[in-house]
Design a protein around this ligand. Structure first.
Ligand SMILES: *[C@@H]1O[C@H](CO)[C@@H](O)[C@H](O)[C@H]1NC(C)=O
Ligand SMILES: *[C@@H]1O[C@H](CO)[C@@H](O)[C@H](O)[C@H]1NC(C)=O
Ligand SMILES: *[C@@H]1O[C@H](CO)[C@@H](O)[C@H](O)[C@H]1NC(C)=O
Ligand SMILES: *[C@@H]1O[C@H](CO)[C@@H](O)[C@H](O)[C@H]1NC(C)=O
Ligand SMILES: *[C@@H]1O[C@H](CO)[C@@H](O)[C@H](O)[C@H]1NC(C)=O
Ligand SMILES: *[C@@H]1O[C@H](CO)[C@@H](O)[C@H](O)[C@H]1NC(C)=O
Length: 573
């Protein structure tokens, strides 16, 4: 689930693997966040050339909002202003965005995808601001959910784990279990009252409501000078675009505060009950279909795909050599010298590289992956080891990879699942790893790292939590203040290797009147990883009128993935 690199990785959905997150950190010097005092009112400061930034103060503990006792959290917000002034009749207010993770930075998403997303939601009649916020504990929000005292300690733990035998092997499993349980113990040394006890998705949903109300107050104060002029912030409604884990966040919001939903679009759907159980068994069920699409694209490219050999007759012929290579390094990794260091080429490294590339096939990832794998199979590991996909996918931007990304993700995911997961002992870990490996030969071993990160006993059980039931009544039903203003719009690619389409249908069943739009593409999330003017038109119409198309509507993608990469105009960014 994430991305350094591409919008693809971005939405990555659940956090698993961003190993490179530990290695790099972009300092954005244009704006000094510490120079801004957090405020209870939404107070914007100019930043990043054309954006506005704020630090919004909200209670640490939503079960105790008594001001005189409260501790506070400062939520970092970056907003791309609307293209009209906020007093213009066509001003549509903020659209909140979440990129997934669970610890992805929404603020950064507004910086990197803000203009693209604004182009998706804006119509002649309505002009929106794109408001990105860093969920508590993540990114520029404070306090930070970090367990290590410094980056070097984190990195050395990561390197230690990277050299272990695969979690899928009998000798590797206990090592991976112990290493993960050790990570949990390290985080457990944080105080009980630290941010870790208050990172539930329910708290983030409550924060979103607060952002919506305070943005509403700011706007009314701006246009009339009187914050209590017409209406109350208590009637303000959420407008939202959530990807991957962000679909679960949106689902949680709609289930907790159905009457406060204005427009809600989710894309790349995680199953909420599965997430609350900490299972993640409904994520990679379609992964091998996406893997095979890559090998088919390679076969069809002929000589232009270096991974293909002249005698190959089918995609399976191409695939067989890669699978054999993975099986061989599962038993005996090979070493390579890269940038003055010795690196082990392990099965999890190769699998994670493939998994990352599958996020956004419509970009240049397929070509990059074919080159990296062809090199690797013939003994040249240079591209594989630089395949951070930052370099390989040709994307313009390098997102912030704040270094405590994995710990922050644990704060959300292990906390949300703490009540229902049961005992996460070694037997549990063994069974879970076997399940993922059976679900997807290619991605299961890499995927397993996310659920395994909660091994042992996660000590922070959030008091402010929401564990279901998930669902919402139909728009227009009574009482009106418990019904969304518009039905939910649910997007998914046909084949998503990190969140399967079946989850989109299951979500729709519980949100009355909602509709699923299936984009005929592969990758993780529809809007971010492929170009479809049809999908964009549906989202634009929805924001304007609140109307969803018939449930089950399909949209073609404008260009198909190819090797070598052919650019596609609609891809934006
Ligand atoms: C940012 O602001 C803080 C507080 O005003 C100040 O102490 C710090 O030196 C500033 N950092 C930079 C890089 O300017
Ligand atoms: C808030 O906390 C203070 C100090 O503990 C207490 O005196 C006051 O009664 C509390 N207010 C409410 C509304 O609970
Ligand atoms: C409110 O007005 C101020 C001053 O005119 C402006 O800088 C700010 O961007 C406005 N706020 C919003 C939310 O547009
Ligand atoms: C290994 O691959 C890289 C990248 O394609 C290339 O630049 C380099 O020359 C290759 N090394 C050898 C020894 O062939
Ligand atoms: C592996 O997956 C197949 C097909 O989904 C299923 O029938 C089988 O029970 C699974 N085996 C294990 C050990 O989970
Ligand atoms: C949308 O279609 C799916 C798949 O047929 C179905 O399961 C779901 O219940 C439908 N949603 C609604 C709101 O009827």
């Amino acid at each position: 689930m994430r991305a350094s690199h591409s919008r693809a990785t971005w939405a990555l959905g659940l956090l698993a693997s961003r190993t490179t997150a530990l290695l790099s950190k972009r300092e954005l010097l244009d704006f000094n966040w510490t120079s801004v005092a957090p405020s209870e009112d939404l107070r914007y400061h100019d930043c990043y050339g054309g954006y506005k930034c704020a630090r919004l103060q909200v209670p640490l503990d939503w079960t105790n909002t008594n001001d005189s006792q409260s501790q506070w959290v400062a939520i970092a917000i970056i907003t791309l202003p609307a293209t009209v002034s906020d007093s213009d009749p066509s001003f549509g207010g903020p659209v909140l965005v979440n990129p997934g993770g669970p610890s992805g930075s929404g603020a950064e998403m507004a910086l990197d995808y803000g203009r693209y997303l604004q182009g998706v939601v804006d119509s002649g009649e309505r002009h929106y601001e794109i408001l990105g916020f860093d969920p508590r504990g993540t990114g520029w929000s404070t306090p930070r959910a970090e367990c290590y005292g410094d980056d070097l300690s984190r990195l050395s733990d990561f390197v230690q784990r990277a050299g272990m035998p695969p979690a899928t092997s009998p000798e590797g499993l206990p090592l991976h279990f112990q290493a993960a349980a050790g990570g949990v113990k390290l985080c457990a040394e944080a105080e009980k009252d630290s941010i870790f006890a208050h990172m539930s998705t329910a708290s983030v949903a409550r924060d979103m409501l607060e952002i919506v109300e305070r943005a509403d107050t700011l706007r009314r104060r701006n246009s009339t000078g009187d914050p209590s002029a017409s209406g109350s912030p208590k009637q303000a409604k959420l407008q939202y675009l959530g990807f991957s884990y962000g679909s679960y966040l949106g689902n949680t919001f709609a289930s907790m505060f159905p009457g406060r939903v204005g427009r809600l679009v989710v894309d790349g759907i995680a199953d909420p009950d599965d997430f609350v159980r900490g299972d993640l068994k409904k994520n990679i069920n379609d992964a091998e279909i996406v893997v095979n699409a890559f090998y088919r694209t390679c076969l069809e490219a002929g000589d232009l795909c270096l991974l293909r050999q002249a005698r190959d007759k089918s995609a399976a012929d191409v695939r067989r050599r890669v699978d054999a290579f993975i099986r061989s390094i599962e038993k005996a990794p090979v070493s390579a010298v890269h940038e003055g260091r010795v690196r082990l080429i392990t099965s999890v490294l190769v699998r994670e590289t493939i998994r990352q590339a599958l996020y956004a096939p419509a970009y240049s990832a397929y070509g990059a992956l074919s080159l990296a794998l062809a090199g690797s199979l013939s003994g040249n590991q240079t591209l594989l080891l630089s395949a951070d996909f930052t370099t390989l996918t040709n994307r313009k931007y390098t997102p912030l990879e704040y270094t405590w990304f994995v710990e922050a993700g644990m704060g959300v995911f292990c906390g949300d699942s703490a009540a229902d997961a049961g005992t996460r002992d070694e037997a549990w870990a063994r069974q879970a790893v076997a399940y993922y490996a059976n679900q997807s030969f290619t991605t299961g071993e890499a995927w397993a790292r996310l659920p395994l990160s909660c091994s042992g006993d996660w000590p922070f059980k959030p008091k402010y939590a929401f564990r279901g039931p998930f669902g919402s009544p139909a728009p227009g039903s009574k009482p009106a203040d418990r019904a969304p203003a518009a039905p939910l719009l649910i997007l998914s690619p046909r084949y998503d290797h990190a969140t399967a389409l079946a989850n989109a249908y299951a979500m729709s069943r519980r949100h009355s009147g909602s509709a699923v739009v299936v984009q005929e593409s592969t990758g993780h999330c529809a809007l971010l990883t492929s170009s479809s003017e049809c999908t964009r038109r549906i989202v634009r119409e929805y924001f304007k009128s609140g109307k969803v198309p018939p449930n089950g509507t399909t949209c073609k993608e404008d260009c198909s993935p190819s090797i070598p990469f052919k650019s596609c105009p609609g891809l934006g960014i």
